[in-house]
Design a protein around this ligand. Sequence first.
Ligand code: B1M
Length: 232
Amino acid sequence: MSGEEDIVLSELNDDELVEQMFDDLYDGLKEEIEEGVNILLERGWAPYDILTKALVGGMTIVGADFRDGILFVPEVLLAANAMKGGMAILKPLLAETGAPRVGKMVIGTVKGDIHDIGKNLVSMMMEGAGFEVVDIGINNPVENYLEALETEQPDILGMSALLTTTMPYMKVVIDTMVEQGVRDDYIVLVGGAPLNEEFGKAIGADAYCRDAAVAVETAKDFVSRKHNQLAG
Ligand code: B1M
């Protein structure tokens, strides 16, 4: 361990630096993660590559050890905090593409669930692709979703859930939209690690999105179809 204190991030080559960032994320070292992100940017890495290869890559390792009981909630919170530090640097860069507004999305994590990293990533990528995003945060009861839809009038409703115990709540939201006669006014996209395509279909969503990149592609696809329908 003692040797690690001497590591100078800027002296590592790209592969070594990404490896080191995995370790730093694991150890919840926010400042080191921010420094690593800045170094990769200076070296000409695309913001999206830094996000997926260094940050999401590192979080995957954290997730596996959390599952296996090697890491516990406090450590994972620190890792999440370090990841957010890196994401904050990348956010404006991902949004900087100057793409014209292609649509609007309201997104939130469902009731009982406080995981927000994946949702935040989806929001960032959607903004980068030219969508206006209204993020209603975590732990949202159905009322919050309905209120945001009414106020914001988006094209898309996005819902995120990371727990097998909270994902069924997405159906509560969709069923309530059906009851109130507003389901077909919106494109409903759902995502989160425990979901799959079958689940998305079963609860009546328009699509399940495996990751943030798929969310962007799916959103673009549905919005252009909606606009074509309106034009026709
Ligand atoms: Co939690 N947690 N956690 N956790 N946590 C998981 C989800 C878990 C799989 C870990 C494990 O056991 N391996 C497990 C769930 C098991 C299950 O349900 N079967 C779990 C558990 C059990 C818990 C607690 C119950 C632990 C406890 O207290 N005993 C507790 C629950 C709290 C609650 O919500 N009520 C809990 C707490 C926490 C922390 C607070 C410590 C922290 C969250 C911090 C935060 O988010 N601010 C945390 C974390 C960090 C994780 C893991 C390690 C990482 C999640 C993450 O951020 N991944 C996670 C393990 C894992 O998933 N491998 C785990 C990175 C992120 C980029 O990926 O979120 O999948 P993801 O998002 C992706 C896609 O899924 C998709 O795009 C994203 C980007 O590509 N996507 C969407 C997500 N949402 C979308 C919405 C869309 C479209 C795509 O809408 C259009």
